[in-house]
Each structure stands twice: as structure tokens, then as C-alpha cells.
Design a protein around this ligand. Structure first.
Ligand code: ADP
Ligand code: RBF
Ligand code: MG
Length: 188
């Protein structure tokens, strides 16, 4: 089957986060391509009427990264899943599994719809091509510029700022201490 990819940049990048959960255990064992599944509760972070398909972008795990990632969003037609999943594959070698870790992803581009294949080999080949195409697209400045969005935390801009470095926490802490002592001294 011919796989047609369109490599579109999304007009609005989509950020999602969650704690990595167990999936069906097929990614590494059957396909040789592990996918860090997001919990079902994270699906509400997708925009309304979001089309299913194969997307790419950036991901951080436990605050590390951003790593390039390619993710499938949908029902895996080849396996006819009953539940919708968001499953990012990260383009990085990890020494250990990271179930339970906090994962943040930002989808910046769209590749293709999810497809049904006539055999496992064709599915695996298509995913390998997705990885290659995504990796090249993510090297382009327009996608590269959005890497930092994978650091966005649920606390919003301020939470993201505080979470970004110990220096930021120290600066805010010292400023708060000054403000408090200033008010205190004035009252005396
Ligand atoms: P499951 O069906 O439980 O998601 P997988 O076979 O898809 O099982 O394996 C996914 C797990 O593998 C992830 O949850 C993560 O802990 C681990 N893993 C190791 N390397 C990667 C990687 N490069 N990308 C995604 N997950 C990885
Ligand atoms: N599953 C499908 O049934 N059809 C697809 O076209 C498909 N494309 C995928 C592309 C990528 C980049 C990834 C990471 C996964 C894709 N999958 C697809 C999902 C795959 O079947 C799933 O990750 C495994 O079944 C493990 O859950
Ligand atoms: Mg998986």
C-alpha cells in the first residue's frame, strides 16, 4: 500500500501532558518501536474535533529533553483498538523504561492519517519512514523554534518559568523576601 504523507505545520501547536501509563504492550515487543502512552484522562487536552492521525513535535520526560517525537493519535486501525490513544515514540535511546514519569509533548506538525495495513511488516516500515520524515522536518527552523513549548507545565507561563530553572526559583524567592522585609520595616 502506498503511504502518502503531507508534512503540514500546524497553525496552532498542541501541548499535552500526563503520566506515562501501560498500553497493550505491543509497541516494543511486536513492532520494535516503544510508545509512551498518555493516560485516557489527558485526551481532554486535545482541541475539540481534533483529527486522528500521525503527528510530530517535541517531548520532555521527567524534565529531560526536549527530544524529537512522533506520535499516533487514534484507534490504531491495524489493531482495531476500542479506545483512542495518544502514543509518542521519542527519538532517543533510553537506558530504562519510564512508566509513571511526567511527559510533556508539543505537536507541531501533521504527517498522515492512521491507516490499516495488509501486514505487520508494512506497518513497521511506514512507522520507520514516519520517524525519518519527522526527524528531518524537526530540523527546520520553524519546528525547531517550538521546542521550548515541550517544557510548558500545567501551571501556565508562570509555572513554566518557575519550573524552568533553580535560578528562577531563587530570584523569585529573594524578591519576595525583600518585599516582605520592606513592608515589615516600614510599619515599625
Ligand atoms: P506499552 O504498550 O505499555 O505502551 P510499549 O511496548 O509501547 O508498551 O513500550 C513503551 C514504554 O517503553 C514506555 O512507556 C517507556 O517507558 C519505554 N520507552 C523506552 N524507550 C522509549 C522511547 N524511545 N519512546 C517511547 N517510550 C520508550
Ligand atoms: N497504528 C495503526 O494501526 N496504523 C497506523 O498507521 C499507525 N501509525 C503509527 C505511526 C507512528 C509514528 C507510531 C508511533 C505508531 C503508529 N501506529 C499505527 C500505532 C501502533 O500500532 C502502536 O503504537 C502499537 O500498536 C503499540 O501500541
Ligand atoms: Mg505504547
Amino acid at each position: 500500500m502506498e503511504v502518502v504523507r503531507s508534512v503540514e505545520m500546524l497553525s496552532e501547536p498542541v501541548v499535552m501532558n500526563g503520566v506515562v501509563v501501560k498500553g497493550f504492550g505491543r509497541g516494543s515487543k511486536m513492532l520494535g518501536i516503544p510508545t509512551a502512552n498518555l493516560p485516557e484522562s489527558s485526551l481532554s487536552q486535545l482541541p475539540h474535533d481534533w483529527r486522528t492521525g500521525i503527528y510530530f513535535g517535541w517531548a520532555t520526560v521527567g524534565g529531560k529533553g526536549p527530544y524529537k517525537m512522533v506520535t499516533s493519535v487514534g484507534w490504531n486501525p491495524y489493531f482495531a483498538n476500542k479506545t483512542k490513544t495518544v502514543e509518542p515514540h521519542l527519538l532517543n535511546e533510553f537506558k530504562e523504561d519510564f512508566y509513571g514519569a511526567e511527559i510533556h509533548i508539543v505537536m507541531t506538525g501533521y504527517l498522515r492519517p492512521e491507516l490499516n495495513f495488509d501486514g505487520l511488516e508494512s506497518l513497521i516500515a511506514a512507522i520507520h519512514d514516519d520517524i525519518e520524515v519527522s526527524s528531518k522536518a524537526l530540523d527546520q527552523p520553524n519546528h525547531r523554534a517550538l521546542r521550548r513549548l515541550a517544557h510548558t507545565s500545567p501551571g501556565g507561563v508562570f509555572g513554566g518559568f518557575l519550573g524552568s530553572s533553580p535560578v528562577a526559583v531563587a530570584v523569585v524567592g529573594v524578591a519576595a523576601a525583600f518585599a516582605v522585609s520592606f513592608v515589615f520595616l516600614k510599619r515599625k
